[in-house]
Write a protein that binds this ligand. Structure first.
Ligand SMILES: Nc1ncnc2c1ncn2[C@@H]1O[C@H](COP(=O)(O)OP(=O)(O)OP(=O)(O)O)[C@@H](O)[C@H]1O
Ligand SMILES: [Mg+2]
Length: 247
C-alpha cells in the first residue's frame, strides 16, 4: 500500500481536485484505491456525493473506538472507496495532542488497511499543524500542487524546510504545477527554472481550466463528464509520472 498525500500549506491550490482525479485515474487502471478526506470542509466527500460525516468524529477515531475500515464507503466507481470527512476534523490537532505519540497516530490507523488497497490518497486541509506532521509520518509521498506564483512557491520552500528540519528522510516530496496559465508571463518565468531548485518536481502541468472548475457543479471526477482530452491526458500523464516515482 502506497500512501500519497495531496498536501500544501497553502489553500486553494488544487489539492482536492488532484486527489479526486488522480484517485479516479488510479482506480480506473485497476488499482484498489482509497481516498481519505481529512479536511473538515469535506470537499472530496462532496465530489463523490458522500455525506461528510463519520460516527463519533475524529475524537472517537483518535481514541481508537473505531477502526478506520468501519468508516469506509464505496463510491459510484469500481475499485474506488472513500473515508468521508467530518466537521469535527477541525479539532483533529487537539485530539492528536492528547495522545502519547501524536505524529504516529495516522500511520497506526492506516496500517490495518495495508493489504486492502494499492493506493491511499490523503486529501489534506491547508495549514501546517500537528495533523500535517502526522501526515508526514504516515505518507510515502507528498504530492504538492504549486500555482506558479510567488506565494505558492514560498510555501513550498517552507515545507521543504520542515521536511529537512524533521529529518523525514523516508518521505518524498513531489511538487507539480497546478492551475497553470501559460499566457501569463509570471507563470512561465516561475516554471522556467523551478526544477533547478526542486529537482523532484513532476514535469506534467495541470492547466487552469473551467472544465476542472466545473467539478463543483458536476460533483464527480473530471473524466466522468469532460471530453477535453488535453485535460484528461494531463491527469493521466501526471499519474503515470507518479507511478514511476513510487515504484
Ligand atoms: N486546474 C484548475 N483549473 C481551474 N480551477 C481549478 C483547478 N483546480 C482546482 N480548481 C478550482 O479551484 C478551487 C480550489 O481547488 P481545490 O478545492 O482543488 O483546492 P484545494 O487546494 O483542495 O483547496 P483547499 O485548500 O481549500 O482544500 C475549486 O473551486 C476548484 O474547482
Ligand atoms: Mg481541498
Amino acid at each position: 500500500m502506497n500512501i500519497l498525500a495531496l498536501y500544501s500549506i497553502k489553500g486553494g491550490v488544487g489539492k482536492t481536485a488532484s486527489a479526486v482525479n488522480l484517485a479516479f485515474t488510479a482506480a480506473r487502471s485497476g488499482y484498489r484505491t482509497l481516498v481519505w478526506d481529512l479536511d473538515p470542509q469535506g470537499a472530496s466527500s462532496y465530489y463523490f456525493r458522500i455525506k461528510a460525516k463519520i460516527k463519533g468524529g475524529s475524537k472517537d477515531l483518535v481514541a481508537g473506538k473505531h477502526l478506520l475500515d468501519e468508516l469506509i464507503k464505496g463510491t459510484d466507481f469500481d475499485n474506488l472507496d472513500l473515508i468521508p470527512a467530518d466537521f469535527s476534523f477541525r479539532h483533529f490537532d487537539l485530539q492528536l495532542d492528547d495522545k502519547k505519540k501524536p505524529t504516529k497516530q495516522l500511520k497506526k490507523l492506516l496500517t490495518p488497511l495495508a493489504s486492502d488497497y494499492d493506493f491511499v490518497f490523503l486529501d489534506c486541509p491547508p495549514s501546517i499543524s500537528l495533523l500535517s506532521e502526522a501526515v508526514f509520518v504516515a505518507a510515502d509521498v507528498l504530492l504538492s500542487p504549486i500555482i506558479p506564483t510567488t506565494l505558492s512557491v514560498r510555501t513550498l520552500k517552507q515545507l521543504q524546510a520542515v521536511i529537512t528540519d524533521q529529518q523525514l528522510t523516508e518521505l518524498s516530496l513531489l511538487p507539480f504545477f497546478s492551475m497553470v496559465d501559460k499566457r501569463k508571463k509570471m507563470h512561465r518565468d516561475i516554471m522556467a527554472h523551478f526544477s533547478e531548485t526542486y529537482p523532484t518536481t513532476l514535469s506534467t502541468l495541470i492547466p487552469y481550466a473551467s472544465d476542472i472548475e466545473r467539478m463543483g457543479i458536476e460533483q464527480c471526477p473530471l473524466a466522468v463528464y469532460s471530453r477535453k482530452t488535453d485535460l484528461l491526458n494531463a491527469y493521466h500523464k501526471l499519474w503515470q509520472e507518479i507511478l514511476t516515482r513510487t515504484a
